[in-house]
Design a protein around this ligand. Structure first.
Ligand code: AHR
Length: 332
């Protein structure tokens, strides 16, 4: 009799098990969690997120706006932000990333100062199950070492700048290039796109870095003006801060607004003012307000949701005719 009852209990439990709904794939697979998924998944909220942002520096107005976007978005959403300023030095960014790994952050968002040299530290983050979102500039590391890239298409920005010169100098001419930080994704991409789209009758006489800063842009322009006096028709700037520094040198040389055709990149308030004052004929947009988009993606990673590997910002070109009207509405 006891044997009969035991048999019936086993049979009933087998029938019940067969009829109950299947467990979710992640549970059935035991420890097979999606890479980067947090313990709170799939219900993590911003309040549970610790985000590391090893900012590359404070070299430009664009960068200041980018840092502000991360700080303001984090405080609005309740994200704990670990922010640092690497002063344009890759070794400082790498140390900041290592410190974030030790602290066990949920996600690292990295705006890389230059393209090469990230493989080892990205591998360390990966080994610690911390996803990395590459922000703004690109890296040359293997894409399997980071989860996503969010930022501008630097080659398109260079191409757009060249198209402006093609219109400004239809009969050709000689131009100079003040390029961004050597080896940075922004400088490499802009230089490449620019050369690919520039009409062959426009010659780049020289290209020197101004490291994306006003302070370095001015002496580079002074040297250019001495070396190429009387031979220049235009100047291409990889960012507005270098254009602002260079305009000081151009003014000091007695050159009037409009004498040289000039195109820059960023679309900051400073760039808009240069357009209003007649120095710049076009400013190609590069949007620094990436905080909300990056934090949205970081939350998806924590929750183990699918994400896009590459998210490029939609941007355009600004011209002097609308500059005065738009300046008061500019956020950076
Ligand atoms: O990577 C974006 C570039 O970096 C911006 O054009 C420049 O202003 C900044 O310093």
């Amino acid at each position: 009799m006891i044997k009969k009852i035991a048999f019936l209990i086993v049979l009933a439990s087998l029938v019940l098990a067969a009829c109950s709904p299947a467990a979710p794939a992640t549970e059935a697979a035991g420890s097979a969690k999606v890479f980067g998924q947090a313990d709170c998944a799939p219900n993590c909220t911003y309040k549970e997120m610790t985000l590391c942002y090893p900012q590359l520096g404070a070299e430009s107005d664009w960068r200041t706006a980018n840092s502000a976007s991360f700080k303001e978005t984090a405080s609005k959403l309740g994200v704990k932000l670990i922010f640092s300023d690497a002063q344009q030095k890759q070794e400082n960014q790498i140390s900041a990333i290592r410190s974030c790994i030790q602290q066990g952050v949920d996600v690292i968002a990295l705006p890389p100062v230059v393209e090469p040299g990230w493989d080892a530290v990205l591998q360390e983050a990966k080994d610690a199950n911390i996803p990395v979102i590459v922000v703004d500039r690109s890296v040359s590391a293997d894409p399997s070492l980071y989860s996503a890239h969010i930022g501008s298409d630097m080659e398109i920005e260079g191409k757009r700048s060249a198209e402006e010169f093609n219109k400004l100098l239809p009969n050709g001419g000689n131009i100079l290039e003040l390029s961004g930080t050597t080896g940075s994704g922004a400088a490499v991409g802009r230089a490449k796109g620019f050369r690919e789209a520039l009409n062959p009758n426009i010659k780049i006489l020289d290209s020197q870095t101004g490291n994306f800063t006003r302070a370095e842009g001015k002496p580079v322009m002074e040297a250019f003006l001495k070396k190429y006096a009387g031979q220049i028709d235009g100047v291409f700037f990889h960012n507005d801060d270098m254009a602002i520094g260079a305009v000081e040198a151009i003014k000091a040389a007695g050159i009037q607004p409009g004498e040289l055709k000039m195109v820059s990149i960023d679309g900051t308030r400073g760039g808009f003012q240069l357009m209003i004052d007649g120095w710049l004929q076009a400013d190609v947009e590069c949007n620094p307000l990436l905080g909300p988009q990056v934090m949205d993606l970081a939350l998806k990673l924590m929750n183990g949701q699918p994400i896009e590997k590459e998210a490029l910002t939609d941007e355009g070109v600004f011209y002097p005719d609308k500059a005065a009207e738009l300046l008061p509405t500019r956020q950076y």
